[in-house]
Design a protein around this ligand. Structure first.
Ligand code: UD1
Ligand code: UDP
Length: 365
C-alpha cells in the first residue's frame, strides 16, 4: 500500500475525494481508514455514494464521545490499521479529532505523514480545531498548504520550506468536478420550494456557537432579522449536534428560519450556488461560497480562512444579531472577487509532491 487515507467526518470525505480519485487515475495503491467519528448516513455514507468512493477497508466505528475518549479510541484503531497495511504515507485532511488521531498514530510509526490543508490558523486555542491543526502540522512530514498565507504561518512556526507545497485547496477540485452534475441532477430547489425565490442558506454547528445557549439563540435571532430585512427565507440544513441542542435548550426556531435535514453534497452545492447569501460558522462552507461567487457572512469572532475576507467574499459578524443583520446588508449583492484557493488541481499537486512511484494520469484533467 502506498497511501493510507485516515478520515472520519463529512468535510474530510468531501475534500479527500479528489485525492482518492487522483490515486485511481494514477494507479496508486491506497487504503481508506474511516474512524467512524461521523456515522449517521446523512454525514457519512451519502458522501461515499455521491462521490463514487470505495467502501473503507477499515471502519473503526468509534462514534461520538468526549474528546479524550474519542481521540484515544481512534488512536488505538488507526495504529492497528497502519500496522497491518504498512503504507508509505498517511494522508489526513483538516482539523478534526480524526485528523489528530491519524497524525499521532502515523508520527509514532515508520510511515510518513502528509497534512492536506496545512497551515490554517484562527489563533484561537479555545477551539479544539485549532489545537488539532497545529499539532498535526508539527508532526507532519509533508505540508499541503492551500495558499501562500498558510505557507507563511507554517514558516513562522519553524517548519522547513522544503516540507511545504502550496497546492490550492481540494475544495476547488471537488466543486469543479461536481457543480455541473449538481446543476443537472439536483432537484433541491424544487423540493424545498426555492426555485426563483430569494433565500439565504444557513449552516451552524460549531461547538462554541451551538453548545452555548445564548450564542445559539443570538445567531438564530440574527438570521431572522436578516431574513426579515430582505424578505428572504433562511434555509438551515441542521447538523445533528445543532439538532440536539435545539431540543435540549427548547428553542423554537424563528419564523424565517426553516430547518431541513443535512443535505447531500450535490444538493448542498446547488443550494449554495443559487443562494443570495450564505450565513455560516463552517470552514468548508466559507470556502465554497467564495469559490461559487456567493457572498458569505461568518458568525464567528475569527476565521482561519482570512483569504475569503481579504477577497471581499466574506465578513465576520460574531453571533450578535445586529451585527449579523448589518453584515448581511453590507454583503448582499457582492460577487466580484478572485478565488484565492487555486485552480482545482490541488489533488494532482499533492500526489506529485509525495515521494511515491508516481504514474501518469490515465485521464488528463
Ligand atoms: C466535528 C469536528 C468539527 C467539524 C465537524 C464537521 C472535532 C473536534 N470537531 O464536529 O471540526 O467542523 O465535525 O461536521 O473533530 N452526531 C450524530 N451523528 C454523527 C456524528 C455526530 O448524530 O454521525 C452528533 C452526536 O450527538 C455528537 C455530536 O453530533 O455528540 C457531535 O459530533 P462530533 O463528531 O463530536 O463533532 P462535530 O460537531 O460533528
Ligand atoms: N455540506 C453538505 N451538506 C450540508 C452541509 C454541508 O454536503 O447540509 C458540505 C459542504 O459542501 C462542505 C462540507 O459539508 O463541503 C462542510 O462541512 P462542515 O460544515 O460539516 O465542516 P467544517 O468545514 O466546518 O469542518
Amino acid at each position: 500500500t502506498e497511501i493510507a487515507f485516515v478520515l472520519g467526518t463529512r468535510p474530510e470525505i468531501i475534500k479527500l475525494a479528489p485525492v482518492i480519485q487522483a490515486c485511481d487515475r494514477r494507479g496508486i495503491g491506497y487504503v481508506i481508514v474511516h474512524t467512524g467519528q461521523h456515522y449517521s448516513d446523512s454525514l457519512d455514507s451519502v458522501f461515499f455514494d455521491q462521490l463514487d468512493l470505495p467502501d473503507p477497508e477499515y471502519d473503526l466505528a468509534v462514534g461520538s464521545g468526549p474528546h479524550g475518549e474519542q481521540t484515544a479510541e481512534m488512536l488505538v484503531g488507526v495504529e492497528r490499521a497502519l500496522d497491518e497495511t504498512a503504507p508509505e504515507v498517511v494522508l489526513v485532511q483538516g482539523d478534526t479529532n480524526s485528523v489528530l488521531a491519524g497524525a499521532l498514530a502515523a508520527s509514532k510509526m515508520d510511515t510518513e505523514l502528509g497534512h492536506v490543508e496545512a497551515g490554517l490558523r484562527s489563533f484561537d486555542r479555545e477551539m479544539p480545531e485549532e489545537t488539532n491543526r497545529v499539532l498535526a502540522d508539527h508532526v507532519a512530514d509533508y505540508h499541503f498548504a492551500p495558499t501562500d498565507r498558510s505557507k507563511g504561518y507554517l514558516l513562522r512556526e519553524g517548519i522547513s520550506a522544503f516540507r511545504i507545497t502550496v497546492t490550492g485547496n481540494t475544495v476547488v477540485d471537488a466543486v469543479e468536478r461536481n457543480l455541473d452534475i449538481a446543476r443537472e441532477k439536483s432537484t433541491v430547489l424544487a423540493d424545498l420550494g426555492l426555485a426563483g425565490s430569494r433565500y439565504f442558506l444557513l449552516t451552524a454547528h460549531r461547538a462554541e456557537n451551538v453548545d452555548d445557549e445564548e450564542r445559539f439563540r443570538n445567531l438564530l435571532a440574527g438570521a431572522q432579522r436578516a431574513g426579515d430585512a430582505h424578505d428572504a427565507d433562511v434555509i438551515y440544513p441542521m447538523h445533528p449536534r445543532s439538532r440536539s441542542r435545539v431540543e435540549e435548550f427548547g428553542i423554537d426556531l424563528p419564523p424565517r428560519v426553516r430547518a431541513v435535514e443535512p443535505l447531500e453534497y450535490l444538493d448542498f452545492l446547488q443550494a449554495t450556488a443559487s443562494a443570495d447569501l450564505v450565513l455560516t460558522d463552517s470552514g468548508g462552507v466559507q470556502e465554497e461560497a467564495c469559490v461559487l461567487g456567493v457572498p458569505c457572512v461568518t458568525m464567528r469572532d475569527n476565521t482561519e480562512r482570512p483569504e475569503t475576507v481579504d477577497a471581499g467574499a466574506n465578513r465576520l459578524s460574531s453571533c450578535d444579531p445586529a451585527r449579523i443583520e448589518r453584515s448581511v446588508a453590507e454583503m448582499l449583492g457582492a460577487s466580484d472577487w478572485e478565488n484565492p484557493f487555486g485552480d482545482g488541481d490541488a489533488a494532482e499537486r499533492i500526489l506529485e509532491a509525495l515521494p511515491l512511484q508516481t504514474r501518469s494520469p490515465e485521464v488528463s484533467q
